[in-house]
Design a protein around this ligand. Structure first.
Ligand SMILES: C[S@@+](CC[C@H](N)C(=O)[O-])C[C@H]1O[C@@H](n2cnc3c(N)ncnc32)[C@H](O)[C@@H]1O
Length: 288
């Protein structure tokens, strides 16, 4: 090896070490395609790693607030996909503490099988992957009665709403939600559009189909936040990553306080009435 090549290789190694956390599994990062097969970071994977750490740091702080600093915590990740979030949390947090359990809920059987195989290969014993819908998982016997943290990262459409219902049923201390596109409310707005336009100039906000979708998505997250507040959660809404990485980067963090906010329930009812969405009170937003 020439001295130039050797210098380049040692710089790459130093670079990599500066990005990694102590004890972190290199094999996991390769499996998640965050590191190349040769164990290197490229520009794309460096960005991916940054995003994963960014989200992990939010969750790590919440875990540390739990009894025993979260060492025995349970976490359910909904719409897990390849479960990279669950794997990273396990690797960086639970693995070194020797306790806790991560559940990945995913409807695509092949992804569940892959995650099970990867967990077995890595010896991550306290990870379970369930081939269930989020809605089904709320009553599944494979899950405990209580779950400390619920995560749902870009879980499709109404899966985020189901994750909220799951979190309420499991009395979760925290919910960490990054919603994906949601079509349910836009569809309701579409159905009642003519009536809304005759009733209020505000309906101009969703007259054009593109605006129906956009306002439907915005309204959905606003309603979700009010619903969480009405159910005893304090809610923070922030950005997950810069806009350049994803258009869907709204991060909703809900912290259980047990104080149900009556004003949030009132606002939720009022908003649903304003937008002609009262029917959702019987299905999506069952207020206490
Ligand atoms: C956009 S991917 C996100 C995957 C992962 N959370 C991530 O951020 O990389 C959404 C995943 O949710 C799954 N999914 C969609 N609806 C679901 C549901 N109702 N219950 C469980 N999983 C669902 C899909 O199969 C898909 O793997």
């Amino acid at each position: 090896m020439s001295s130039k090549t050797a210098a380049r290789a040692s710089k790459a190694e130093a670079d990599l070490q500066s990005e990694l956390r102590p004890g972190q599994s290199i094999e996991l990062l390769k499996e998640l395609h965050i590191l190349t097969r040769e164990g290197r970071l490229n520009q794309d994977s460096r960005r991916k790693l940054k995003q994963v750490y960014h989200l992990f740091r939010f969750i790590e702080k919440l875990l540390c607030e739990l009894p025993g600093e979260g060492a025995q915590a349970t976490l359910a990740d909904h719409g897990a996909g390849k479960s990279y979030l669950g794997f990273i949390i396990y690797d960086l947090f639970f693995n070194q503490r020797g306790g806790g359990h991560v559940y990945g809920i995913e409807t695509r059987a092949e992804l569940v099988d892959r995650s099970r195989a990867l967990a077995a290969r890595l010896g991550f014993e306290r990870m379970s992957f369930l081939n269930l819908t989020v809605a089904e998982s709320a009553s599944a016997t494979e899950l405990p009665a209580r779950i400390d943290i619920v995560t749902a990262l870009h879980a499709c459409d109404t899966a985020t709403d189901d994750a909220i219902a799951f979190g309420l049923a499991k009395e979760a201390s925290f919910m960490v939600l990054v919603p994906c596109c949601q079509a349910e409310i836009a569809a309701c707005l579409r159905q009642t559009k003519a009536l809304a336009l005759s009733r209020t100039p505000l309906a101009e906000l969703w007259r054009h189909p593109l605006h129906t979708r956009e306002i439907g998505s915005q309204l959905t997250n606003v309603l979700r936040c009010l619903y969480l507040e009405a159910n005893g959660y304090q809610v923070t809404v922030t950005e997950l990553v810069g806009w350049e990485h994803s258009m869907k980067n709204e991060l909703i963090i809900a912290r259980h306080t047990g104080q149900r906010k009556a004003s949030a329930a009132t606002r939720l009812r009022e908003l649903l009435a304003q937008f002609g969405l009262e029917s959702l009170l019987a299905t999506r937003f069952r207020l206490p």
